[in-house]
Write a protein that binds this ligand. Structure first.
Ligand code: SF4
Ligand code: SF4
Length: 133
């Protein structure tokens, strides 16, 4: 399946903003500055990083995000740490499993979601919806 970047972003917005704890009751983003959400501020890099990996393990995706997205994100410190991530305020990091799943599904890749979930990752701190199959 060939989706444009804009179409992929709409798919991911529909999946992630719908469950994000930073969403307001009216469905809008409740961040003071919605444009600061790293997931969509850096969406081209996010999509490229995820599409560069093919694995049932979340770890290569985390590596790709750190390498290609965090490395150009203004929130990352010079020692590669990220306070936003540590405080679970980065929706990309907090919902990475869902972001990967949404992009892989939209681009027609098969994905062993049971292995993804069991492999954990950095993202299990926020309330996490079940995957639907
Ligand atoms: S923080 Fe990001 S993922 Fe969450 S509702 Fe706002 S735009 Fe969507
Ligand atoms: S984890 Fe930090 S450095 Fe990486 S995208 Fe999120 S806010 Fe940016």
């Amino acid at each position: 399946m060939n989706h444009s970047l804009a179409e992929l972003e709409v798919i991911v917005r529909n999946k992630i903003c719908g469950v994000c704890t930073d969403r307001a009751v009216d469905g809008a983003c409740a961040l003071e500055e919605p444009s600061t959400c790293a997931l969509f501020r850096l969406f081209p890099q996010v999509a490229q990083a995820i599409q560069s990996v093919s694995s049932d393990d979340i770890l290569p995706y985390i590596d790709a995000i750190r390498r290609n997205v965090c490395s150009v994100c203004c929130e990352q410190a010079s020692d590669n740490s990220c306070e936003t991530r540590e405080q679970v305020r980065c929706s990309l990091d907090a919902y990475l499993l869902l972001v990967v799943d949404a992009i892989e599904e939209a681009t027609g890749k098969t994905f062993d979601k049971s292995r993804l979930q069991s492999s954990g990752g950095p993202t299990q701190v926020r309330p996490y919806p079940e995957f639907s199959s």
